[in-house]
Design a protein around this ligand. Sequence first.
Ligand SMILES: [Zn+2]
Length: 419
Amino acid sequence: MNPVEERAESAVTKDETKNPDEPSDERLDDSAGGEVTPPEGEASAAADVPEEAAEPLAIEPPDVPAEKAVDEPPKEGRREGRLARLRFTKKKDMPGGLWLKCESCAEVIFRKELEEKGRVCPACGFHFTLPGRERISMILDAGTWKEFYAELTALDRLDFQDALPYAQKLQRTVERTGQNEALLCGTGQILGRDVVLAVLDFGFMGGSMGEVVGEKIALACELARETRRALIIFTSSGGARMHEGVLSLMQMAKTCAALQSLNEAGIISICVMTHPTTGGVTASFASVTDFVLAEPGALIGFAGPRVIATTLKQELPPGFQRSEFLIDKGMLDEIVPRTELPVMLARLIDYAAGPIVVDPLPLESPQAESERDPVASEAEIVPVGRSRPPGAPESAPDTQDDADRADEARRREPGGEDA
Ligand SMILES: [Zn+2]
């Protein structure tokens, strides 16, 4: 059983043992909370609450019909008996996690409302961890997502033995999540701009970076370079995947090299660090993109705060390793709330894609029109550093290339550089 299900189950068990007469808030405090994603199909389970389970436990939202409550006279013995019966029989039917508690402000939130708001706490704005696929549908224009490299699967090269052997753990995770690896990679559009998108899913082994994740980041860089699209990466990770040993650490060098080649090709790369981004992912590709953004309140760091506090034997400052702390240290470029991310990303892509327009030619001058080389009118985008050196002959020799001719034509116009 994965930790999510485990928590949901244990929450249900706790709920059952509580007295239904207590104020509902207190009872709800124990319901499955936290940043983790609900198990698959939970939403549908919530929609059709089994009647028997829903009545005595009263953890349903306030819109439960009033007559239901009236129909149930508060007879101690009856309730006790029912509770006892529930403890042993109704565990499976419980609608686990209808409500959850905000990690930050402890507000009890109706899960459906939270999902509608992009998993941002309506009370305090805390950003819950977003599952990979949900992230993609939030960021990209509807219907533009096309996944690439989904078939790549990890190999257990080291025959790693854990409490559960790595191969088995991997297989279970693949079955549970319906995806082969922690990184989802593909193409799509953000407000009409073509992008290559790579999203780390924390729900898949903590978004850890093994061979496949590293390889997919490198492939995404190559895809972005070949198609000349901006590369957008969302990280949410516990770091390198220890089950793959040194092979996972090698991905740090590989992903950085791939991003460097993308940089040399003049393609923009943007990383959005989300809660939590730690370990080898922070220390490699997440930190070396052209722009490094983060969601509010995200935990970002290499080692965890507890490890650092123990090592340094010092108390850490408040807000340590959170986005708001790190932006002051220069590690981030901007903190962007989740709902504003598409607009911000589109703006940055436009900024990077803007042509270097050098002094566009005024078209109203007939003299300039007649003198201008036909090529020059198309050559408004002049490579940087191609201007004629001072003292060079005014009439361009025939051997000059197009860019220089464009430059020459511009100079002759009134208001040009030489005028
Ligand atoms: Zn909150």
